[in-house]
Design a protein around this ligand. Structure first.
Ligand code: FES
Length: 241
């Protein structure tokens, strides 16, 4: 874990209430897709956990939804301004021993970390099938960015205004063996029930964000675990609903 000062390079709206921010700073502590950072919003006490969408040496991309005053403040930051963030938080997805054609299921604000994941899987010769779910066409983002990675992509919207009508699980096709999933809990549960194995990213209210307060504990088959440090990714086998 590192506390890093980042310079804002860009901060733009890419869908309804969804912003993409690119930052310049030390990303050396970010090692796996599915990890998150905790942003200190200038003038606010609590940090905000935001999953990493993409990173490279010295550059970080975050996608966040404006849901309250803190994230609204974040959306006002201009290129050239600075913020600090704790980086390298969370366990991230384990990319060892992954079967050849896993499905990546992302729902709403759970979509961003799946981009770095799809990229990492491609780099190790695995082509995931990407299923993205949103409420409506105005909420859809990153469909083209995923396609540009050279992976098959399908989109579902609840109201049917873009892609197939329904939920991510409605567009799984034949992909029911192994899933990587990130999204709201009802979606995670639906994915869990439609596959035989996989890794699931959970959200929790967080205090510290790095394992010190136990404010984010979650029951698993192996006892209580901290979503922020032992997670946010849990395996299919250990999940208790
Ligand atoms: Fe403090 Fe997880 S938020 S232990």
């Amino acid at each position: 874990m590192k506390d890093v000062e980042f310079k804002v390079l860009s901060n733009e709206m890419i869908a309804q209430d969804i912003f993409r921010m690119t930052l310049d700073g030390d990303t050396s502590d970010i090692t796996k897709p599915g990890q998150f950072v905790e942003i200190k919003i200038p003038g606010r006490y609590l940090r905000r956990p935001i999953s990493v969408c993409d990173w490279s040496e010295g550059k970080l991309t975050l996608i966040y939804k404006v849901v309250g005053e803190g994230t609204e403040d974040l959306s006002f930051l201009e290129p050239g301004e600075y913020l600090t963030a704790l980086t390298g938080l969370g366990n991230g997805y384990d990319l060892r021993n992954i079967p050849k054609n896993p499905v990546i299921a992302g729902g709403g604000v759970g979509v961003p970390p799946m981009y770095a994941l799809a990229k990492a899987l491609k780099q190790q010769g695995i082509t995931p099938y990407v299923a993205l779910g949103f409420n409506s066409k105005d909420d859809v983002f990153y469909e083209q960015e995923f396609r540009a990675l050279g992976v098959p992509v399908n989109v579902a919207t609840v109201d049917g205004s873009h892609g197939a009508k329904g939920f991510v699980t409605d567009i799984f096709g034949d992909h029911h063996d192994y899933a990587f999933a990130c999204g709201p809990e009802p979606m995670l549960k639906a994915v869990y029930n439609s596959v035989k194995d996989g890794q699931f990213s959970f959200e929790a209210r967080m205090g510290c964000g790095f394992g010190a307060c136990m404010g984010c504990s979650k029951k698993t088959k192996h006892g209580f675990k901290r979503v922020c440090k032992d997670g946010p990714i849990f395996t299919w086998e250990e999940i208790v609903w």
